[in-house]
Each structure stands twice: as C-alpha cells, then as structure tokens.
Design a binder for this molecule. Sequence first.
Ligand code: NAD
Ligand code: MG
Length: 386
Amino acid sequence: MSQGIAILGSTGSIGRNALRVISGLGAGYHVVGLTAHSSVELLAEQTRRYRPQFVAVTDCDYAERFRELLDGWETEILVGPESLTALVESDAVDTVLTAVVGAAGLPSALAAARSGKRLAIANKEPLAIAGELLTRIARDHGSTLLPVDSEHSAVFQAMQSGRASEVRKILLTGSGGPFRGATRRDLEDVTVEEALDHPTWQMGPKITIDSATLMNKALEVIEARWLFDVSVDKIEVLIHPESIVHSLVEFVDGSVIAQLGEPDMCLPIQYALTYPRRVAGISKPLRLEEIGRLHFERPEPETFRALTLAYDVARMGGTSPVVFNAANETAVENFLAGQISFVQIMELVEHCLDKHDVRPTACLDDVLEADAWAREEVKGRLGQEV
Ligand code: NAD
Ligand code: MG
C-alpha cells in the first residue's frame, strides 16, 4: 500500500528536498498534503505538480492570493495556523514530515503524535522546547518519531548497533559554522551576509544563523536528549568542519559507531520515510579518497555561549528551553532584519533566561505562555511594540 505523506513547510529547504526524495522513491509513496506560510507562488506550483488532496496556507494574509493562483483547481485549501493540525489529522495521512521552522510547528507535531501517525521530524524546535510532552504523547498513542536532522538520523542509525543501556555517550558533530575559530571580539561586527554564508550546508535563513551562533547545535543537544531518552551529561559536541561524519555513538565496550555521508539532507529525509528499509536514492555517493582528511576539534564555549546555555536549560527543564528558543527566534528575526548585531542575539537570550521564573510544562498552554513571554521580553528590551 502506498504511504500518504503530508509535508508541513513544503516550500522550505527541507520541504523542497523532501519532494525531490519522494519523486525519486516512485511508487509506494504519494503526497497527500503540502503547506506554506507565505510562499504561495511556489506552493501553487508544487500543488499542480504533486496533486495533493490538501494544501494549507498558514499566514491568512496570503490565502486570497493563493486561491487566485489555484483558481479552478480541485484541491482542498485550508487557511490559518490551525490548518496544519486539521491536515495532519486526516485519515489520508500516514506520515507527517514536519519541516516548518520554529516553535510554530509544535501544535501540529503534537496533533500528529496524538493521532498515532508516523512523524518524521526535521523541525527541531518542538522537540527542544516540549520534548517531554511530545515524546510522552507519541508513546501513549503509538506514534513513531523518526529523526530527519542529519546528526540525529546518524545517531538513530548508530544506535542500531547496540542496546540503549549499552550507550556510553552520544557525540553530535557540527561544522562549527562560518565563524569557527573566531573570538568573541571577532563576532562583534559580522554582517548578515557573513552569517548566512555557511561553509557546508544549504539551509533556510533561521537555521543558518543558528549554525553561526551554534544555537543550532544547542537545540540539537536538547533534541537528542528527548529523542534518545538520555541525560544531557551523556551528550557531547564535536566540531567537524567537513560535515561528513554526521554523528557517533560510543558504546560501553569502547566501540564508536558513526554514520557518514555527503552533506545532503536528502539521505536523512529518505531514511525517515523508508525506515526500516533502505532503498537506492538520489544522494551522491561518498568518496572518502576524494575528501582525503577529516578533522575534529572541541567547540569553544567562551565564544559560543549557546552551547553552555543548552546544557543549563536542559538540566533545568520546564519552561526554560521554551524561553531559550523563543528569545532566540525573536532575536534572529531582528538580526536578519538588520535591527541588532550578531552578538546581541545571545545577549538577548541570556537576558530572558536570567529574568524568567522557570515553571513546569504540563500541557501545550504552559509552553505557549512561556514562549509568548520571551518574545515580548525581547521586543520590550529592544523598545519595539509588543
Ligand atoms: P525554511 O525557512 O527554508 O522553510 C521553512 C518552511 O516553513 C517554509 O515552507 C515556510 O513556508 C514554513 N513556515 C515558516 N513560518 C511558518 C509558520 N509560522 N507556520 C507554519 N509554517 C511556516 O527552513 P528549513 O531550513 O527548511 O528548516 C525547517 C526546519 O528543519 C527547521 O526547524 C530547521 O531547524 C530544521 N532543519 C533544517 C535543515 C536544513 O538543511 N535546512 C537541517 C536540519 C534541520
Ligand atoms: Mg543538524
């Protein structure tokens, strides 16, 4: 039987790659739902090509334009932020690939888990901010969570070499971003263009900035903590500029198992869709003899504060990762808009964490409340309207 796939955030970097992967897979997989926030031209093109049963536009201001673009086309159009939840709950959807950016993907990820769907997770923020809630709901409703993030896909694959109780540590690799080797001082006058110039990965703007501050790796540490149910004390970060070794697992006997591949998201996307099977795909084969050397080094915690903060907030739990993430999302938007400097991103995150009274997150509302508080705190601090 063919697997019906809904791609939340189909117009983004992961979403576009996922459509290429699905085209390459051929029979056995079909697109049931596609969504975009505001890129309605591309969404209309994708709709004509992949003929999904449902399409959703989450930013209501773009709905009219989208309807015009699809005039006469027979696809059910859903509108507004809640449309993602309605879409994933449809019986036609077997697998949800969540590839929206930011905490905005949380309600639909929870809905997918609650309806027992297979959930391929690229959108790391929901796991980082509400990992306990999301993994509990998935467990209770028989939903399988499959990582798409390349590091977590690598860990997931390496984990198949032993038992969870035999894991000594997880080593998450990261390229180090465009400012690897920089001092805190060097970071003071970097421009948006420099921060967007990632050495090895082609990604959306928010994650590219997060890769430059190492916030991306910080969120990935917390993501790994929940996906693999390990204490953060067992997770280490290793800087690996070539982005070939996607992560490693060290077992108690000293064996270290790694997964390698070209820096190309098509491979982890495909594995999340075909797991537990492996099939031939569109990714370029790895030729280690052409790469020659691989390098590894420790990250620099003084320059890249995000990593140190990640361990603190993961240990603290409750609303602290929510604030950590929401403050960062708002600060990154401001940086991309040219409103603040690169170093101010982490200063604003630290400011919010200092001011926040941590509370437990028993339900979605607790998460949303802390998220809104942090966004307002950043805006207030920058003298913007809240
Ligand atoms: P992107 O900015 O290229 O695309 C984001 C997608 O989400 C778009 O389709 C956009 O229309 C949609 N979107 C934006 N705001 C939204 C909102 N408020 N509500 C609903 N939809 C919204 O981002 P990306 O690089 O594809 O990353 C997507 C997610 O995957 C992020 O969480 C990122 O951390 C994660 N990820 C990306 C990569 C990568 O290589 N790009 C790798 C690993 C993990
Ligand atoms: Mg990653």
